[in-house]
Ligand binder design. Structure first.
Ligand code: PLP
Length: 434
């Protein structure tokens, strides 16, 4: 690739491409920082031939790494045979059926039936709609409220935005809707809110086990067990959002397995295909599914054109086969420990690094001016560090809603040398910036 091509594409990008979750002003001023053309393993290459480590698995999703030919073959095979057919009403297709069955085996407990979507936002919206519909069927239509946690991220569809605890996302589009309430990760606060609002008005509680986009925030010990008890006490449905944490990211197939509880619904996306195709879904436990079977009379008036897309489902089946065949869940656990050690090392070495944390291959650090008081710099420093790291060959991400944080989510195939390379580059980037 040439500089000429980069310049041409950059100009076209500015003119015609509205980037998701981006600063339009910055895009107009600077153009794209990288136009990626190739990926192999944990590495990405851009039009300038610049090779970088994808320390975020792109958007927390390329779990099996880039450039896996078998995935392309799975897509090709299905696309050649049958690229698309409807699943509405009584129609079905083999990859969707096989994937639904496979998921029922790998999902914990009795989450045995799946509603497919095209991504995480649609999955969460689906869960809210199913929860409210469930209560209509149960003759409790006043149960409409959804409770979520502050600092949570549940996506950008309208319902998912309203449930997102990160307020700027809601304010952006006036999505501070009635029926949505937010709590800190405190059991008592949850109970107080439930009792204040009236349990008979609450449809469901939704939470990520580890908050990803909110800064890789780990749950307090025992938190989810207590929340489950309160949900049971008041008949509130529990929805667990495993869009980031699913499919091995935390060193278990699903993060809920660390908590030893069962949700009523579990939402997934991202890692189900490692980003090789667009797919998400909501798994329902037997109780809910059986209630729907016995109480539903009319049509389930909810469905996306691409619910159960045959190509996406075939790609997901291959992705799961690769995760299992290559022991990627165990690798995530082992390499997660290495990453955590590396982050701890950075915390010890640099005064400005604090709160190193890890949960499988999810990690985070905070940047502070004063590690004693936790006071942060007036201007966020993490964006400068992340920019410097990208120059040195490592893509990371900042979280600057509340803290000045850098987060990590490398592909599950990463090896020890590559983890060390990540830590070394970040070490250098911090030294260059501070
Ligand atoms: N839920 C969580 C926890 C997420 O991290 C995301 C995306 O980052 C979503 C939902 C939304 O998923 P999507 O972007 O596929 O709609």
């Amino acid at each position: 690739m040439t500089t000429l091509l980069t310049t041409e594409l950059s100009e076209l990008d500015k003119k015609h491409f509205i980037h998701p979750t981006s600063s339009i002003a910055q895009q107009q001023a600077e153009g794209p920082s990288h136009i990626f053309t190739e990926g192999k393993g944990v590495y990405l290459t851009d039009t300038n031939g610049h090779k970088v480590i994808d320390g975020m698995s792109s958007l927390w999703n390329v779990n099996i790494g880039h450039g896996v030919k078998e995935m392309a073959e799975a897509a090709y095979e299905q696309m050649s045979k049958l690229a698309f057919t409807s699943n509405f009403s009584t129609f079905s297709n083999e990859p969707a059926i096989r994937l639904a069955e496979k998921l029922s085996k790998i999902l914990p407990g009795d989450l045995n039936a799946v509603f497919f979507t095209s991504g995480g936002s649609e999955s969460n919206d689906t869960a809210f709609k199913l929860a409210r519909h469930y209560w209509i069927l149960k003759d409790q239509p006043e149960r409409q409220k959804i409770i979520s946690r502050k600092m949570s991220y549940h996506g950008v569809a309208m319902g998912a935005t309203s449930a997102t605890g990160l307020k700027p996302f809601r304010d952006f589009t006036n999505a501070n809707a009635p029926h949505f309430h937010y709590v800190n990760s405190s059991v008592e606060e949850f109970r107080t809110l439930v009792e204040k609002e009236g349990p008979e008005t609450i449809a469901a509680f939704i939470a990520e086990i580890v908050q990803g986009a909110g800064g890789v925030n780990l749950p307090p010990e025992g938190y989810f067990k207590e929340i489950r008890k309160i949900c049971d006490e008041y008949g509130i449905l529990m929805i667990i959002d495993e869009v980031i944490t699913g499919f091995g990211r935390t060193g278990k197939y699903f993060a809920i397995e660390h908590e030893e509880i069962q949700p009523d619904m579990l939402c997934f996306a991202k890692g189900v295909t490692s980003g090789y195709a667009q797919l998400g879904g909501v798994a329902l436990n037997d109780r809910l599914h059986n209630d729907f079977k016995t109480l539903s009379k009319g049509t389930l008036l909810h469905g996306y054109t691409y619910s159960g897309h045959p190509v996406a489902c075939n790609v997901a089946l291959k992705n799961i086969e690769i995760i299992e065949r290559n022991g990627l869940i165990e690798n995530a656990k082992k390499m997660g420990e290495e990453l955590y050690k590396g982050l701890k090392y950075l915390e010890e070495k640099h005064e400005i690094v604090t709160n190193a944390r890890g949960f499988g291959l999810l990690g985070g650090i905070d940047i502070v001016k004063d590690s004693q008081s936790g006071e942060r710099f007036a201007e966020y420093l993490s964006p400068l560090i992340v920019k410097e790291a990208a120059k040195l060959g490592l893509i990371l991400r900042t979280v600057t809603y509340d803290h000045d944080s850098i987060v990590f989510s490398p592909p599950l195939i990463i090896n020890k040398a590559e983890v060390e390379q990540m830590v070394n580059i970040l070490d250098q980037a911090i030294s260059n910036v501070k």
